[in-house]
Design a protein around this ligand. Structure first.
Ligand SMILES: CC(C)(COP(=O)(O)OP(=O)(O)OC[C@H]1O[C@@H](n2cnc3c(N)ncnc32)[C@H](O)[C@@H]1OP(=O)(O)O)[C@@H](O)C(=O)NCCC(=O)NCCS
Length: 255
C-alpha cells in the first residue's frame, strides 16, 4: 500500500481535482453536471477558499508525495451526509485509495452524528454502483434526465402571455453564470414554482415539466438551450418524443 497523505484540498490544487474528475468520469456522465462548465474550477476554488461561506461542503484529496491521486467532495444535505463526487486517477484505481477517502467521509459523518449517507450514481456506472453496494448502500430511487422539445413556442416576447410569471433570483443567477458557468433561478406562476438550472451554454435543467408560459420565458431568455427535465422515475411517464439522456440512482445507507 502506498503511503498517502489525506487532507483538505487547497485553492491552488483545484485544477488537479478537475483534471482527475475529467479523466475518470465519462463525458456523458459529466455533461449534465457542473463539470460541463469550463469554469467549474472557479466554483470549487471559491468553496475551499471561503469555507465560512460554504460550510456544508468539504473537498479532501489523497496525495502520493506531491501528486494528487484522488479526491472526494461531500456536503451536508440536511437529512444526510452526501457524497457529491469521488474520483481516483486511472492508474491508481484498485489499490485501496477510494476506500481510504470513503472511510474519511464515513468517519466525518459519524463525528457529525448523521444517521444517513447518500450519493447519486449514473445507472451506466456499474463498477461504482457495485462498489457502493459492497459498502452497504441500497438504491433508494431513480431520477430521469430527459429532454423535451416544444416547437410551438417561439422566441418572441410580444404578448402578455408571460405576465403572470415572476422570475426569482435572476441577478444572482447572472452573476453565477458569468463567474462559474452555471446558475439557478426560479420561475413562479401563481402557486407553481420551477427551479431552473443553466448549465454552461447548452442546457436549461428543470425539476418539473414547465407550463406553456414557463416554456415561453425560457425561450425568451435563451432560445438555443435544450430544455432538460430532471424528475423522479414513477412521477412521470416519458412519451415517445422525450429523449432520455441519463438515469441517476440515489443510493442510501443508514448508520
Ligand atoms: C469508484 C472508485 C472511486 C473506487 O476507487 P478505487 O480506489 O478504485 O477503489 P478501491 O481500490 O478502494 O477498491 C477497489 C477494490 O480493490 C481492492 N483493493 C485492491 N488493492 C487494494 C489494496 N492495496 N488495498 C485495499 N484494497 C485494495 C479493494 O478491496 C476493493 O475491493 P472491494 O470493493 O471488494 O472492497 C474509482 O474506481 C473511480 O474513481 N471511478 C471513476 C469515477 C467514479 O465512477 N466515481 C463514482 C461516481 S458516483
Amino acid at each position: 500500500m502506498v503511503s498517502l497523505e489525506i487532507r483538505d484540498v487547497h485553492g491552488d490544487e483545484i485544477d488537479d481535482v478537475v483534471r482527475i474528475h475529467n479523466q475518470v468520469v465519462s463525458a456523458s456522465d459529466r455533461e449534465y453536471t457542473i463539470y460541463s462548465s469550463p469554469r467549474v474550477a472557479m466554483y470549487l476554488r471559491a468553496i475551499v477558499a471561503w469555507p465560512i461561506l460554504s460550510p456544508q461542503h468539504r473537498i479532501i484529496g489523497a496525495w502520493n508525495g506531491q501528486e494528487l491521486v484522488a479526491y472526494a467532495h461531500y456536503r451536508d444535505l440536511g437529512c444526510s451526509y452526501h457524497l457529491n463526487h469521488i474520483a481516483v486517477a486511472d492508474r491508481w484505481q484498485g489499490s485501496g485509495i477510494g476506500n481510504r477517502l470513503f472511510q474519511h467521509w464515513e468517519a466525518e459523518a459519524r463525528s457529525r452524528n448523521y444517521t444517513k449517507l447518500s450519493l447519486d450514481v449514473s445507472i451506466n456506472n456499474t463498477r461504482a454502483r457495485e462498489w457502493y453496494i459492497r459498502r452497504g448502500f441500497e438504491s433508494d430511487y431513480s431520477t430521469y434526465v430527459f429532454s423535451r422539445e416544444h416547437d410551438a413556442i417561439e422566441a418572441s416576447n410580444d404578448g402578455n402571455c408571460t405576465s403572470g410569471l415572476r422570475i426569482q433570483g435572476w441577478e444572482a443567477a447572472e452573476a453565477w453564470q458569468r463567474a462559474f458557468g452555471f446558475s439557478t433561478f426560479g420561475i413562479h406562476e401563481d402557486d407553481r414554482r420551477w427551479s431552473v438550472g443553466r448549465l454552461w451554454t447548452k442546457y436549461f435543467q428543470l425539476d418539473a415539466v414547465p407550463s406553456e408560459e414557463a416554456w415561453h420565458v425560457l425561450k425568451v431568455i435563451d432560445s438555443k438551450r435544450d430544455v432538460l427535465i430532471r424528475m423522479r422515475a414513477g412521477t412521470i411517464i416519458l412519451s415517445n418524443d422525450d429523449s432520455l439522456r441519463l438515469t441517476v440512482t440515489r443510493m442510501m445507507r443508514s448508520e
